[in-house]
Design a protein around this ligand. Structure first.
Ligand code: HEC
Length: 203
């Protein structure tokens, strides 16, 4: 059953030619095409979304996260260059333990590179706990430098000498030293020997 269309005075008179021939419970509709600009905006947004997914999600381009990491790395690189030559000795390492800015930067590297085996807070998992007073290989702060650079042969502790350059290895060693006497969430049982406090090597 068909009802006559109500024609609101404000809308002008609809063209009966454009009235579609279906009728749902007496409701009829006009075939009013969307304006061209609207349709193209719609098509354009779909095309943009496909390009966006390909670039950022499928990975044809760098993700925002990658770009951020690259910027942080470049920043750390610049700061490292300003440090110049620093020595891998106990005094230097223990001085850097006090430098919060550097320890924060190295914390990022530790969590990204070492945490898979030593836990993010140094509490240990595959590798030993580095927050207690017991160490398997380390006897003094400078030993940590050699361990990071060359690894521990015959164990799963890898060498990082290819990956990091010297000032960075020294700073990373300071970060490992800074973990001592902190409180990890799930500490692994102590391994190795109890060694004297770092203050023994402070000048
Ligand atoms: C693939 C696992 C793995 C990764 C990654 C790893 N380690 Fe280790 N690490 C070990 C293991 C296992 C040991 C203990 C080796 C042994 O004594 O059997 C160890 C030992 C150490 C020790 C000596 C601890 C002691 O008790 O004397 C230091 C220091 C150390 N790692 C630092 C680091 C740092 C810094 C990083 C990141 C740059 C790192 N490790 C990454 C597995 C790893």
């Amino acid at each position: 059953m068909s009802h006559p269309m109500h024609n609101s005075p404000g809308l002008g008179s609809p063209d009966p030619e454009r009235l579609t021939d279906h009728d749902y419970d007496g409701i009829q509709e006009f075939d009013n095409p969307l304006p061209g600009w609207w349709t193209w905006l719609f098509v354009g947004s779909i095309a943009f979304s496909l390009a966006y997914v390909a670039w950022y999600h499928i990975g044809l381009g760098p993700s925002i996260h990658d770009r951020y990491e690259a910027q942080v790395a470049a920043h750390v690189e610049k700061q490292l260059a300003q440090l110049g030559d620093i020595q891998p000795d106990n005094a230097t390492i223990l001085d850097f333990v006090e430098r919060d800015d550097w320890m924060q930067a190295m914390g990022g590297i530790f969590r990204g590179t070492c945490a898979q085996c030593h836990a993010a807070d140094g509490g240990g998992s595959i590798g030993p706990n580095m927050t207690d007073d017991h160490y398997r290989w380390v006897r003094q702060p400078s030993d940590i430098v050699g361990i990071i650079r060359s690894g521990i042969p015959g164990t799963s502790m890898p060498a990082f000498g290819d990956r990091f350059r010297d000032p960075q290895i020294i700073l990373l060693a300071a970060y490992v030293a800074s973990l001592r006497n902190t409180t990890p969430a799930a500490p692994k049982a102590a391994e190795g020997d109890r060694i004297p406090p770092w203050s023994n090597w402070r000048e």
